[in-house]
Design a protein around this ligand. Structure first.
Ligand code: GDP
Length: 336
């Protein structure tokens, strides 16, 4: 059985066994949020397969174009098409719909095999504070994502606190403090333009003294030179590691899903200056073309752990590869 059939079975079975109210709500949010990015891809895939009775050279060329225009990235798009051509020839497949299914199968394999494990939830340190460092450029949705992550783990019964390590942007501390108040969680802040590492040091003391489970650290998001960024993050990492064993346990990069290949370039730049354990892609409810998820994974080997699907603190979903790829194959007929 092909992977697509497997996924389809898996999802239709889910419907038969009646999902819980919570599961249903979560699936609906996900579906609604992903609808736009899906439209950009699935409907094009769908209409392509309807225009051809059998695949030929032009079909593959068009398919390649769709992939590139959906932000899958040139390199990965070319590789996927090459593999698809090869598979199609070997297995004698000429039905466009089958080819599209095979493409999704290959995307799955590429994602699952490029890099680190794809467990989404934060791995908590045993018996001490777990530290999540959050990096990303201004405007991508970093502050909102921090609030969403805090909320997620509060709801799982964890004692969460925030550290306002972005001392350089006017208003960043104030903005994060508003979220902390809404969340009802403690926040440690410093002086504007002060040394972020010293705020982080204060944060560590607070966390240790107050039996915090999860400390989420915001960092400066200005577009600085690579050298500055590297030094700043290295200093923060040094302080964290000295004060809390194994910290930071997780380092998430926030990327705006609507920025396409620009987002991929940002991700590469951050990966060069600090170790990343996960990516959060925001604004997937906007005009994102979706392919950025595959592209980032392929180029960086870092898994997408969560996706942002709106502006409130509940609009965060765990990234689910099955659901995502299955969604890419659902044409408009099933959704409108
Ligand atoms: P920061 O500068 O990176 O800290 O970005 P903010 O968290 O302040 O977010 C910038 C803008 O993006 C705000 O207007 C947010 O409401 C919005 N935003 C953040 N995440 C999402 C998301 O997942 N979906 C949508 N639609 N908007 C988002």
């Amino acid at each position: 059985m092909g992977l697509f059939s497997f996924l389809k079975n898996k999802f239709s079975k889910k419907e038969e066994t009646k999902p819980s109210e919570q599961e249903e709500k979560s699936l609906k949010t996900y579906e609604k949020g992903m609808q736009k990015s899906r439209k950009n891809f699935a409907s094009r895939l769908d209409s392509l397969s309807k225009r051809y009775a059998k695949v030929n050279e032009e079909y593959f060329e068009e398919l390649e174009q769709i992939l590139i225009e959906s932000d899958v990235g040139v390199d990965l798009s070319l590789r996927l098409i090459e593999k698809l051509l090869d598979d199609a020839q070997k297995e004698g497949i000429s039905d466009p719909k089958k080819i599209n299914e095979l493409l999704i199968d290959n995307m799955f394999v590429d994602y699952a095999t490029s890099g680190d494990s794809i467990e989404n939830e934060i791995r908590f340190a045993e018996g001490s504070v777990t530290v999540l460092l959050v990096v990303g450029v201004n405007g991508v949705g970093k502050t909102t994502s921090i609030a969403k992550l805090a909320r997620r783990y509060q709801q799982k019964g964890k004692k969460v606190m925030l550290v306002a390590g972005d001392t350089f942007r006017a208003g960043a501390t104030a903005q994060l403090s508003i979220w902390a108040e809404r969340l009802g969680c403690p926040i440690v802040t410093g002086k504007e333009n002060g040394d972020p590492a010293s705020v982080v040091y204060d944060g560590c003391q607070f966390a240790k003294n107050n039996h915090i489970d999860l400390m989420i650290v915001d960092t400066a998001g200005r577009q600085q030179t690579k050298q500055n960024l590297m030094q700043e993050l290295a200093k923060i990492n040094r302080v964290l590691g000295r004060e809390i064993p194994g910290a930071p346990h997780e380092s998430f990069l926030i990327i705006d899903g609507t920025t396409g290949q620009n987002g991929v370039l940002q991700a590469k730049a951050f990966k060069e200056v600090t170790d990343l354990t996960g990516i959060v892609i925001t604004k997937m409810d906007g005009t994102s073309k979706g392919g950025i998820i595959l592209s980032i994974r392929d180029e960086l080997g870092v898994p997408v752990r969560f996706i942002g699907l709106g502006e409130t603190m509940d609009d965060l979903q765990e990234f689910d590869l099955d659901k995502y790829l299955y969604g890419l194959l659902l044409g408009d007929e099933e959704h409108e």
